[in-house]
Design a binder for this molecule. Structure first.
Ligand code: GLC
Length: 735
């Protein structure tokens, strides 16, 4: 992107948005090997190379047959099974190695020995790219040690509608934060070289705008325009490709009626021609068959296979019938063999780059799964993912509190704490598998720290996330009656989130709010902790609590981090990457909305969110002043002071608003941030080097341009106007 704009004479000169054709950088040696191998492949071998086999979902013999046929990839296969498949593949006529893919999306989670990290949404609360990159590096090392090559991660979808089941898998609602954290984890996964022994392929998914499905209904149409796609949803993918992401996954849904799987404009014109993507595109699960069965844009599988192949999908996930269809289409002259050649070249190029032909099996670092260094990386990220949203002084708990009640459905539930996509919380491989230590729930963390401080802990579950006959609110009230503080841990459960699990009502389910109101009658300080996959609507509980902490799925040590924050062993530094609605009816309630009248409120609900994007504080007290902008160098400066009495970390955020623009532009948009740790009394000047494209917008003709005019720059501790210093300046663009 940077070579599209330059600064001249203090004004910004920006290419008129005609994306310069980013020429992909092809290595001539690899290209020669690709062409040579392709020239020896039969039509059958080419068709097989494009098929990805779901190892656990087909009979073993069928899976091994696919290996004999030369299937290009398998997913969700581990250990000896993977070694067996690979040895069969290497013994075929051309011996093309198989690519093994897996959903290692917050650690190598489908392996029970692995290090389980906070979810992407929880990790995003840290606003710490270095820790997110470390999560990627550790995950890659553990996946590679299992002999696997490829993780279907990161999710670069935007979590703008919390009704959608998969918000937990996103880095939140903002394109810029998603782009920064997405490229960080890609660097962690892919390392310096794809053929590195601890490097694995990253996968930018789900391309594109998948989370924008109407009604938050998974895999439904997004009703987007291409202007909005380019303006809001493309930037994270653009940055991922500039960072060298090796693969992209096609989303389930559709854009204004065109399935993404059948969209040549997104898969070729934008992804390849404009962004210069030179890796491989894999469909999501059974997308080709969905063109027939679910989206009804193809009469039969041959038609669907033709649509998908011609649109630019290289690897076909789990629709194994594509193999016969592709051969039939070529044999009957309905599809030129060159269409398959293009896809196979993209696949072979990635395999050569990975050094697969020299070393078919990654080795990683034997014995590293769950090692101390990796566990510490998960612990560090969990600690920075805790968000403190309210505190009337009850936190950190005073040493005078000698008896603490820990109550609520998620206080001691490791499944709720882990969230989706782990070995026992996802339908694969085995929901019956018992949780494997080490992990620390909130209750266990509180018990450990309370022991050290000489306080007594009583526990009562009170109720489930979903009402159960075992609910016993009376027992919880009795248990808490003579305590000095109540730690109430509420939230949701894995059955209420994930693929195909969207929610139309985000209020606290079951009898959770009733439990809160019953405890409230005791007039004991209540610290409410939300352990959840996503934002939930809990205005009355938030209003009545003395403190509120949000701990989205925190991984192995999420419970420890909550306990450390409560006892003051940890100074919370997390900030929300997603807005929290008062009520489901407010949705969409993301912060970077376009202006409108809307009367500033609903007749029955406030207009603003319950908690805002970027909101969160700790036990220090930060002050901002002296906001300045150097128009010559496009440098924004602000002075940050820790006016508190303890060391703390603060994420200063920078937002922009284009005050008059050819299309309606957001009331504010995040363009930079910095997380700084300051000692008590320390003052530091933060400087942000802005780029011309920070001022850009996308016109109805889909061109990205920078226009002359007045801009507002803001800096502060959250996206709320009251938290931001602001200045305006005039930009003159000279062409
Ligand atoms: C799933 C998901 C996708 C995942 C893939 C392989 O259905 O949509 O995110 O990577 O299939 O498991």
């Amino acid at each position: 992107m940077s070579n599209k704009s330059r600064i001249k004479n203090g004004a910004v000169v920006c290419a008129g948005g005609d994306y310069m054709k980013q020429q992909a950088t092809f290595d001539p040696v690899i290209e020669a090997r690709v062409e040579e191998l392709l020239s020896r492949m039969t039509l059958e071998e080419k068709a097989a190379q494009m098929v990805q086999i779901p190892y656990r979902m087909v009979p073993r013999e069928e899976a091994l047959d696919w290996a004999r046929k030369g299937a290009g990839s398998f997913l969700h296969v581990l250990g000896d099974d993977a070694r067996e498949v690979q040895s069969i593949a290497l013994s075929t006529r051309l011996g093309i190695p198989v690519l093994f893919g897996i959903d290692a999306i917050h650690g190598h989670g489908l392996n029970e020995q692995a290090t389980i990290f906070p979810s992407q949404l929880a990790a995003a609360c840290s606003w710490n790219p270095a820790l997110v990159e470390e999560m990627g590096r550790v995950t890659a090392r553990e996946v590679a040690t299992d002999g696997l090559h490829w993780t279907f991660s990161p999710v670069l979808c935007l979590g703008r509608d919390p009704r959608w089941g998969r918000v937990d898998e996103t880095f939140g609602e903002d394109p810029y934060l998603t782009a920064v954290l997405g490229t960080a984890i890609i660097r962690g996964y892919q390392g310096k070289r794809l053929d590195g022994n601890e490097s694995i392929l990253a996968c930018a998914k789900h391309y594109i705008g998948y989370g924008e499905a109407v009604g938050g209904r998974d895999a439904c149409d997004t009703e987007m325009t291409y202007r909005k796609l380019r303006d809001v949803f493309l930037p994270p993918f653009e940055q991922a490709i500039e960072a060298g992401c090796a693969t992209v996954m096609t989303a389930y849904g559709s854009i204004d009626g065109t399935p993404f799987t059948a969209s040549e404009k997104t898969l070729k014109t934008i992804l390849r021609d404009e962004l210069g993507f030179d890796g491989l595109v894999v469909t999501d699960w059974d997308n080709v068959n969905s063109l027939v069965e679910r989206q009804h844009v193809a009469e039969n599988l041959d038609e669907a296979s033709l649509l998908a192949a011609e649109a630019g999908n290289d690897m076909i996930m789990t629709t194994t019938a594509f193999y016969d269809s592709a051969i039939r289409l070529v044999r009957t002259g309905k599809m030129p063999e060159s269409v398959l050649d293009g896809a196979v070249k993209n696949i072979l190029r990635v395999k050569f780059r990975m050094g697969l032909f020299e070393q078919p099996e990654k080795r990683g670092v034997p014995g590293c799964l769950g090692c101390a260094e990796h566990l510490e990386a998960s612990r560090a990220l969990a600690r920075e993912s805790i968000v403190l949203l309210k505190n009337n002084g009850v936190l950190p708990l005073a040493p005078t509190v000698k008896k603490i009640a820990v109550v609520g459905p998620n206080a001691d539930d490791i499944r709720a704490q882990y969230g989706d996509w782990t070995y026992f919380t996802h339908p694969m491989p085995n929901p019956e598998h018992p949780p494997v230590r080490p992990y620390v729930t909130v209750l266990e963390g509180v018990r450990t720290l309370a022991e050290a401080s000489g306080a007594e802990v009583v526990y009562a579950r009170g109720c489930g996330v979903i009402e159960t006959p075992e609910d016993d609110l009376d027992a919880a009230v009795e248990a808490a009656r003579d305590c000095g503080a109540i730690l109430l841990v509420l939230g949701d459960c894995v059955e209420q989130a994930g693929e195909f699990r969207d929610r139309a009502d985000l209020s606290l389910s079951g009898r959770q709010e009733e439990l809160f109101l019953r405890l409230k009658t005791l007039n004991i300080p209540i610290i409410t902790v939300l352990v959840a996959t996503k934002p939930l609507c809990f205005p009355r509980v938030a209003e009545g609590s003395d403190a509120v902490l949000v701990a989205f799925n925190g991984g192995m040590f999420g419970g420890l981090a909550v306990a450390e924050a409560v006892f003051g062993k940890l100074n919370p530094s997390g900030k929300l990457p997603v807005s929290v609605p008062h009520h489901t009816g407010q949705i969409p309630v993301y912060y970077n909305s376009l202006p409108g009248w809307h009367g500033g409120t609903y007749v029955d609900q406030p207009a603003e969110s319950l908690f805002a994007f970027g909101e969160g504080f700790g036990y220090a007290r930060f002050a901002y002043d002296n906001l300045r902008f150097d128009e010559k160098t496009l440098t924004l400066s602000v002075t940050l002071t820790n006016a508190g009495t303890v060391r703390g970390a603060e994420t200063a955020q920078v937002y922009i608003r284009d005050l008059v623009s050819s299309v309606i532009t957001p009331i504010k948009r995040l363009i930079a941030f910095e997380k700084a740790t300051l000692e008590p009394g320390e003052t530091r000047e933060l400087r942000f080097q802005l780029k011309p494209e920070d001022f850009s917008l996308v016109l109805p003709n889909e061109r990205r341009v920078v226009e002359s005019g007045d801009f507002q720059l803001m800096a502060g501790t959250s996206s709320k106007d009251a938290d931001l210093l602001s200045l305006t300046f005039r930009l003159t663009v000279t062409n």
